[in-house]
Ligand binder design. Structure first.
Ligand code: GLA
Length: 379
């Protein structure tokens, strides 16, 4: 199914939900996808390199201007969330209210709206369901209130919503991916200035598939450990006298053993992203497998953000012949990816599930990902 027809189907449902909840028609529907990060993990807040692609799963916001805020999510608890002012929204509504707040802060004045959200982005799976929600709401409010926001600024506004309203100190990866990725491409981005290059990424043309393995493991300690990694990186940069770890020399070393491992991950991961870009531009996809696997080893050993579920998935996929495999996203649960020959996909999927069962872990959900279109107005 093409991205367009899939997003259109979701939008039709979102519009139905809107009419059922609010007894009127929306003025439009805007979609933003979840993402997989191919490589470049925990580099974004170090001004480093990332390489996400958009998943063909979207959050759609069907919306209309209104007298006060009324939000409804088809995956919520069935209640419409209503508020007169933008402070104090909780749960999923905080992501939407946060975007409106951050738009106002950035000088893009938006008034209240009715918004019905409908999504098939997996939640709690490190696939950026939050960024999809933020992106869809931002496009909807910009559309309703007549703002043409440069996409880089839009990403920063969504990140600000999450950092300063929701309170999650995330980097710029997820929001940029959801807003800027393009169909059939992986997006190589420099997080220092958000400059980017869309690199062709059609694994099927190479007889390969990209499996996403959602471990079904609850995220654990995500927020506190994430903040702790960021703090380690900031301290390491301070000790080295550089603006951010991206600027550390290749042979930089710190006496503090833990900080040195964090440094080693960021430096080596940035190199792996650059090498991945070279290999893809050289026309090979299979050739990036080893880099994916090396990225996982570094995240597991040096950065310490993996989990037993993610390690089990990666090890089992590699054991069953995957060309490469790694965790994707923040870690501590969520999803892994595995690059496999198309013919080997069933065997790899079976091995991953078997390994989880044998270890007494939740059985993962496995699906095939292709690079889909980024956020856009559907109707
Ligand atoms: C989460 C954050 C991103 C990024 C990744 C790790 O997804 O939201 O900003 O830091 O973790 O690469």
């Amino acid at each position: 199914m093409s991205t367009d027809s899939h997003a259109a189907d979701l939008a039709a449902t979102a519009e139905d939900v809107f009419r059922a909840q609010f007894g009127a028609s929306p003025e439009g529907a805007w979609a933003a996808p979840g993402r997989v990060n191919l490589i470049g993990e925990h580099t974004d807040y170090n001004d480093g390199f990332v390489m996400p692609f958009a998943l063909p799963y979207y959050t759609v916001a069907a919306a209309a201007k209104a007298e006060s805020w009324e939000l409804f999510s088809s995956s919520g608890d069935g209640q419409t969330v209503r508020f007169a002012t933008l402070d104090g929204a909780r749960g999923w509504a905080a992501y939407a209210a946060g975007v409106a707040w951050a738009m106002n802060e950035a000088g893009y004045a938006v008034g209240p709206a009715r918004i019905a959200l409908h999504s098939d982005v997996p939640t709690g799976a490190s696939l950026s369901s939050s960024a999809a929600l933020e992106g869809a709401v931002l496009l909807a409010l910009a559309g309703l209130y007549g703002h043409d926001i440069p996409v880089e600024e839009a990403a920063v506004i969504c990140q600000r919503a999450e950092n300063d309203y929701v309170g999650m100190p995330c980097g710029i990866l997820d929001q940029s991916a959801s807003l800027m990725c393009e169909e059939g491409r992986a997006m190589f981005m420099d997080c220092r200035d958000l400059s980017r290059e869309q690199v062709p990424f059609n694994v099927e043309d190479h007889g390969l598939v990209m499996l996403v393995i959602d471990t079904n493991a609850p995220h654990r300690l995500v927020d506190s450990e994430y903040a702790a990694r960021r703090a380690d990186c900031e301290r390491a940069a301070e000790l080295l006298g550089v603006r951010s770890l991206r600027d550390a020399p290749a042979d930089a070393h710190l006496d503090d053993e833990r900080l040195n491992r964090r440094l080693r991950h960021v430096l080596s991961e940035n190199r792996r992203v650059l090498r991945t870009v070279e290999i893809l531009k050289g026309g090979s996809v299979a050739g990036i497998g080893e880099l994916l696997t090396a990225s996982h080893a570094s995240l597991r050993g040096d950065y310490e953000v993996s989990s037993p579920e993610l390690d089990s998935a990666v090890d089992a996929a590699l054991g069953a012949g995957a060309l490469g495999a790694r965790m994707t996203g923040g870690g501590f649960g969520g999803s892994a990816i595995a690059l496999v020959e198309a013919a080997a996909a069933p065997k790899v999927e079976a091995a991953v599930k078997e390994a989880a069962k044998a270890a007494g872990l939740p059985v993962p959900r496995v699906f095939t990902a292709r690079a889909a279109a980024g956020a856009h107005r559907v109707r």
